[in-house]
Design a binder for this molecule. Structure first.
Ligand SMILES: C[S@@+](CC[C@H](N)C(=O)[O-])C[C@H]1O[C@@H](n2cnc3c(N)ncnc32)[C@H](O)[C@@H]1O
Length: 188
């Protein structure tokens, strides 16, 4: 099987919402933690998860960094569950969840500082240019792709063990920051 063809075995589940380009397969808690760490989100920043599923990365980001978060997913049932949790735990000043489609033309990342997603190569190809423009427009922006990299963007940093691919644009200009331990690679 080609990497591009990867799909979990239950991809053909019945009643997948129209435009659900990837099935719901949650990240592990450890992955969620590592994504938050890697993005170095500050308290006054925000993160969006494209296809947030049960919102676990955003709940984790709030727990770890007290930052704001936006979760969007095409699957209304998942978003309804996230919103129930937000109401029950009184988190609505920090976390927002919306039914939305990240593949629509004018999708604008809700102006967040950081973006993460757990998608498959075929879908990454669809959003590659949007992501490139997103980090190019504001060099403070950071992106993490879980499990698969983009085909034509060189990550600034790769966590081989966790399969996390980190992208920013500032590093392209040689601004690697002081975190040498991160083993940063030349970007782009
Ligand atoms: C592999 S899961 C990842 C869930 C979550 N990000 C995580 O890491 O735990 C992919 C998610 O993308 C959602 N999705 C698929 N196509 C979408 C689309 N066009 N717009 C928004 N969400 C979509 C699915 O419903 C699913 O919840």
């Amino acid at each position: 099987m080609m990497e591009d063809d990867w799909m979990p075995p239950y991809f053909n589940e019945p009643d997948a919402p129209k435009d659900q380009l990837v099935p719901f397969v949650p990240s592990t808690n450890l992955t969620a933690e590592k994504v938050v760490e890697l993005l170095k989100i500050k308290e006054d920043e925000s993160i969006i998860d494209l296809g947030c599923g049960d919102g676990r990365i955003l709940f984790k980001a709030l727990e770890m960094k007290n930052c704001s978060g936006v979760g969007i997913d095409i699957n209304k049932d998942l978003i309804d569950e996230c919103n129930k949790k937000v109401i029950n735990e009184k988190l609505n000043d920090k976390l927002k969840f919306y039914v939305d489609d990240f593949s629509r033309d004018n999708f604008d990342f809700y102006n967040c500082d950081c973006v993460c997603f757990y998608l498959v190569p075929k879908i990454l190809k669809m959003i590659e240019n949007k992501i490139k423009n997103y980090i190019k427009e504001d060099k403070n922006r950071r992106v993490v792709s879980i499990r698969f990299p983009f085909r034509n963007l060189i990550p600034t940093y790769i966590d081989e063990t966790m399969k996390l691919y980190y992208y920013d644009y500032a590093s392209k200009d040689g601004k690697y920051g002081k975190d040498d331990y991160l083993n940063l690679l030349p970007a782009f």
